[in-house]
Design a binder for this molecule. Structure first.
Ligand SMILES: O=C(NO)[C@]12CC[C@H](CC1)C2
Ligand SMILES: [Ca+2]
Ligand SMILES: [Zn+2]
Length: 308
């Protein structure tokens, strides 16, 4: 059979050059990665702001297998980082795509108009361009790509309900696995947040207060379970489990922490789990995998944020 797999090059959102897994067909190249096990593909689309079509939009192609235009930058990073996150879950836990069944990973860039957001829709990832001030193309941050794909992992495992404490846990697990993939800093979204300002970010796991998130139950925000209330503050109260994760990782290290967090998410957590249930799930996972020293470290981390 004719081999269509190809290796291309592209320029990412931050102007960096990277190698891409592409697919050659009819004298053109597609952002369509067929290199992963269990024939799951990673495919990237351009929605053109939705002006021509609904999701997913159009495959991103290039006649020379060199994806270096301004418009292609967002797609280059969405494609490359989706592959990086696939590899993280496969190499670290043996998980094959977000559903562990080799599901296709589909991303659409240039979604909406100046859209300062990204999301897992339940079927695929979507990335806005940002307004150029608050955000630049949101797929340019590997921790955001990992954050979104971890929402898909959560939706096929614990299925944490996206409201109140279970929703804040849903958000926190996405931030924590975003850290595990981008473990060079404790910041979330720093690579695409406020392109005109360096050193800031959307959130910080080491210091949630820096971005107006609580880092202790004493500061828990009882917000309404409405869209304007951020569904009970899922992006706000996530600072509390995020800080517990920070304490945990500093205490037992990244390698043990990621195994414990993955086991809690895939074995013990349930849709209605609250912060106390998460503490218990992580303690049990630590005990299962590494014994009482690790279990005690988890217990101490959550005590430090006022969760028992
Ligand atoms: O936390 C999030 N979604 O649940 C964000 C919001 C801005 C970045 C892209 C998506 C992170
Ligand atoms: Ca980061
Ligand atoms: Zn999220």
């Amino acid at each position: 059979n004719v081999v269509h797999e190809a290796s291309g090059t592209g320029t990412g959102v931050l102007g960096d050059s990277k190698t891409l897994n592409t697919y050659a067909y009819n004298n053109t190249y597609y952002l369509f990665d067929t290199t992963k096990p269990m024939n799951g593909v990673i495919e990237t689309f351009d929605n053109y702001g939705g002006q021509y079509s609904s999701l997913p939009g159009y495959y991103v192609t290039d006649s020379g297998n060199t994806f270096n235009s301004e418009r292609q930058k967002a797609a280059v990073d969405a494609h490359y980082y989706a592959g990086e996150v696939f590899d993280y879950y496969y190499d670290t836990f043996g998980r094959v795509s977000y559903d562990n069944q080799g599901a296709d990973i589909r991303s659409t860039v240039h979604y909406g108009s100046n859209y300062n957001n990204a999301a897992w829709t339940g079927n695929q990832m979507i990335y806005g361009d940002g307004d150029g001030s608050t955000f630049t193309y949101l797929s340019g941050a590997d921790d955001i790509v990992a954050h979104e794909l971890t929402h898909a992992v959560t939706d096929t495992t614990a299925e944490l309900v996206y409201e109140n404490q279970s929703g804040a846990l849903n958000e926190s697990f996405s931030d924590v696995f975003g850290f595990f993939v981008d473990s060079e800093d404790w910041l979330m979204g720093e690579d695409v947040y406020t392109p005109g300002t360096s050193g800031d970010a959307l959130r910080s796991l080491s210091n949630p207060n820096a971005y107006d998130q609580p880092d202790h139950m004493d500061e828990y925000r009882n917000l309404p379970n409405t869209e304007s209330g951020d569904w009970g503050g899922v992006h706000i109260n996530s600072g509390i489990p995020n800080k517990a994760a920070y304490y945990t990782i500093n205490s037992i290290g990244i390698s043990k922490a990621e195994d414990i967090y993955y086991r809690a998410l895939t074995v013990y957590l349930t849709p209605s789990s609250n912060f106390s249930n998460a503490r218990q799930a992580l303690i049990q996972s630590a005990q299962d995998l590494y014994g009482s020293q690790a279990a005690n470290a988890i217990s101490n981390a959550w005590s430090n944020v006022g969760v028992y």
